[in-house]
Design a protein around this ligand. Structure first.
Ligand code: ARG
Length: 462
């Protein structure tokens, strides 16, 4: 019999029963549901809304149920619709009358809202930990390549010389923002909806500050209608995860390019690659491709929940039961993607010689050549045009800038001297970009320091 069967005279249609039920996915919230119920019951006892004895029986009963769920001893039922009613029903079966008092001054609407926030807070902590670890992996690789010259690209065309460390640090910096975005999300999420009731609070003398504190929230939510109506915290989380996946998808794409024969800047470890069922020579970057691909489902989750919430009148609507699956799927996806990606980056072999060879072709020191003339007194715009002409000349003659003779260079500008060859060396070009944030060794080391401190400040701190 349904908990709410009083006002009904017919059984729920079997199809409706299954359709309506969310237990097959919200069973995940069992721990948070029990925590929320325990905080609520303890508060009811403290406030004299139920007796201390009833409160104690409820707490003990819930503890036992938690242990039994964790040992796989409990089977939930779709007849009890969701995790909230499943646990309440089991509690009452076990402890009798006291169990029936648990739902005093509470609704499933504030119950699900508090469960979901508690669950997300925990998951954010774990994802943040994975991200910090991933950053450490990027730093470890970067430290070994502060002098590994490679072409930096725009439009996927070789542009200017940078180092592999500089490139990896770009991602490490993006991840810093992914981490702080999660922290911001957590801070905003950290208010407790419990005690909002169905929508309009309650006539009982509940203590929302006590339950908020007991559950580790900074404060109770300020408005009961808002408390049960909004899912902005879940949407914000999904949007943070979409941005994170966007970042990962870019590094995934670059990894795929880099390990192609066209680039061969890196080689993935055998443990992080897969073979082909027909082509014996193949070694494919499936991990990177899957991360790139899974970005789509995380974006989909964000769009899905935004659309579910669009135009919903206040307060709770059953539509909102659709909030959980996209969030759960995103959590599972991201928690797989980050560590497997980190492992792939940690074990990849870098091929500095191929990066260096790529840097040799594509005139990526052309800006440096123009800067050379500018530093000798020519206005930059004129130097820019002069070097453009030189590049044209080089292409006609199948040469690089540094392969031109001093006579050839001087025929274009007599500002060129012997020292131009040193100025055009790729190593010089990369290492003398010492402006703040640039690829020069000391600068990349400074960047590594900053991110190391960022990680240290957070490691071990939730
Ligand atoms: N299973 C529901 C959900 O996930 C719990 C809230 C139900 N509230 C209600 N009024 N039907 O949204």
């Amino acid at each position: 019999m349904k908990l709410w069967s009083g006002r009904f005279r017919k059984e729920t249609d079997a199809l409706v029963n299954d359709f309506n039920s969310s237990i097959h996915f919200d069973a995940r919230l069992y721990r948070e549901d029990i925590e929320g119920s325990m905080a609520h019951a303890a508060m009811l006892g403290e406030q004299g809304i139920i007796s201390k004895e009833d409160a104690e029986q409820i707490l003990a009963g819930l503890q036992e149920i938690l242990a039994d769920i964790e040992q796989g001893k409990i089977e939930f039922s779709a007849d009890n619709e969701d995790i909230h009613m499943n646990i309440e029903t089991i509690l009452t079966q076990r402890i009798g009358a006291a169990g029936k008092r648990l739902h005093t001054a509470r609704s499933r609407n504030d119950q699900v809202a508090v469960d979901f926030r508690l669950y997300l807070k925990r998951q954010i902590g774990e994802i943040r930990g994975e991200l910090l670890h991933f950053q450490q992996v990027l730093l470890k690789q970067a430290k070994q390549h502060t002098e590994t010259v490679m072409p930096g690209y725009t439009h996927l065309q070789r542009a200017q010389p940078i180092t592999f460390a500089h490139h990896l640090l770009a991602y490490a910096n993006m991840l810093c923002r992914d981490v702080t975005r999660l922290e911001d999300c957590m801070a905003r999420m950290n208010e407790c909806p419990l005690g909002s009731g169905a929508l309009a609070g309650t006539t009982y003398p509940i203590d929302r500050f006590a339950t908020a504190q007991e559950l580790g929230f900074a404060a109770p939510m300020n408005n009961s209608l808002d408390g049960v109506s909004d899912r902005d915290y879940a949407i914000e989380f999904l949007s943070d995860m979409s941005i994170l996946m966007m970042h990962l998808s870019r590094l995934a794409e670059e990894t795929i390019l880099w390990c192609s024969w066209e680039f061969k800047f890196i080689e993935l470890d055998d443990a992080y690659s897969t073979g082909s069922s027909i082509m014996p020579q193949k070694k494919n970057p499936d991990v990177a491709e899957l991360v790139r691909g899974k970005t789509g489902r995380v974006y989909g989750a964000l769009m899905g929940l935004l659309t579910t919430m669009k135009s919903l009148p206040l307060a709770y609507n059953k539509d909102m039961q659709e909030d959980k699956e996209p969030v759960f799927d995103t959590i599972d996806t991201v928690k797989m993607c980050i560590p497997v990606f980190a492992g792939m980056i940690e074990t990849m072999k870098v091929r500095p010689e191929n990066m260096r060879a790529a840097a040799n072709r594509g005139f990526i020191n052309a800006t440096d050549c123009a800067d050379y003339l500018t530093k000798k007194g020519m206005p930059f715009r004129d130097a820019y045009t002069t070097v453009g002409n030189l590049v044209y000349y080089c292409q006609e003659h199948g040469k690089t800038l540094e392969e031109l003779s001093l006579e050839e260079l001087r025929s274009i500008s007599d500002l060129f001297g012997e020292d131009v060859y040193e100025a055009l060396r790729m190593e010089t070009c990369a290492m003398s970009r010492a402006s703040f944030g640039g690829p020069a060794k000391a600068e990349t080391e400074r960047q590594i320091d900053v991110i190391e401190r960022f990680i240290e400040e957070r490691m071990g701190k939730a």
